[in-house]
Design a binder for this molecule. Sequence first.
Ligand SMILES: [Fe+2]
Ligand SMILES: [Fe+2]
Length: 355
Amino acid sequence: MTPPVATAPGAARAASRETAAGPLASTAAPTGPTLADRLVDALADSTGAALDALAGAAPVDRRDRVLTLMTVHDLHTAPLDVVGAAVLHQHHPAVAGLKRRLEGSWLAELDAAWAAQDRYDDEWSDEPDPVARVVRDMRSLAATDRLPDAYRWLARTAGWDELVAFLALEGGPDGGFDDLVALCQVGLSGSAKLELGKNYWDEMGCGDLDAVHTTLHQRMAAAIGMPEVRREDQPVEALERIAVGGLLATNRWLQPEMVGALGLLELQAGPRCRLVVQAFDRLGAPEAAYPFYVEHADLDPVHGKDWLDKAVVPIVAEQPHWGPRIVKGAWIRSQLNLAFFDAARRELVRPASAA
Ligand SMILES: [Fe+2]
Ligand SMILES: [Fe+2]
C-alpha cells in the first residue's frame, strides 16, 4: 500500500478552513484547533491519557472529518515506521469511539445518497435472478462515466505540468490496492478467495519484484518528476476517495461493499489508463513512465471481468443478500471517483485559464 503522507500537527487546521465544503462545512470560520490536529497531538502522548479528552469531540467541517479518519485508518493499515509509537493506541476506546462516530456520519450521508437512487426499491428477496441482476448492475455502473471528462482532457488537451499534477493527485488507478485486496479476501472462500489471491499476485508482479505495481508506480513517478502531494494540499474529494478504502478495509461488516468497490475499480481502470498512455504519447513522456499505465490498461479489463465472473457471481449465488450491498459499494466508489475527477480538473484548469 502506498505509504500515507503524514499530516503535520497544525497543518490540517489551515487547510481545513480554506476548502471546507459539503454537509459539514461551517458557514463561519471555525475557531480553535481542528479535530485532526487534536488527534495527532493526543496520539503523541504515550500514556494515551490525552485521547480521553476527544470523547464526544466533533470535526469542524467535512475536510476535518476525513483528515481525522485518515489518521485513525493509518493506525490500522499504514506502515509501522510511518505510524510510529502511536500505533499502540489503535484500539484505544477514545480512538474507537471517534472512528465509529465519524464513519457513522459519513456512512449516513452515503446511505441517504444511495437510497435516493431507488435502485433496489422492490423487495430483493423477490428478485428472480439475483446473480444476473447484480452482474447487469455492476456492468452498467462501470460503463457509466467509464471515461470521465478529466481523462479525455488529459489525453487531448492538458499540458505536461497539468498531466503530472493530475497523476500526483490520482495516485494511480489502484493506489494501495494490494493491501486492500488482501484485507478484502479475509473470510472469503472458494472461487472468490482464489480470484482475489490471483489478483493480489498480479499486484505483486507474479513474484517478480521489478514488476510489482508499487515498484512500477514509483518508477513512473521518478521518470516524470511527480511530486508527493501532502494531505493538507489535496482537495477534500481526493482525500475521501482515498479514505473510503480505509473505511471499507477496517470494518468487517462492510465486506460486501468492499467487494463491489474494488470490483468497480478494476472494471473502470483499463480505459482510463489507456487515455493516460495517450497523454504520454502526445506529450513525449520518457520511456520509464509507461509500464505502470500500460500494465493496467492491458491487465485491468481482465481483472474486472474475472472479479465479476469468479468473485461476485459465486458470492451472490451463495449469498444473494450480498447482492445489493456489492452494487452499493461499487456505486459509492464511482461517486467518490467522479467527485475527485471533477475537483482535480477544476483545481488544475482554473489556474491555467486564469493566467
Ligand atoms: Fe495494480
Ligand atoms: Fe487490477
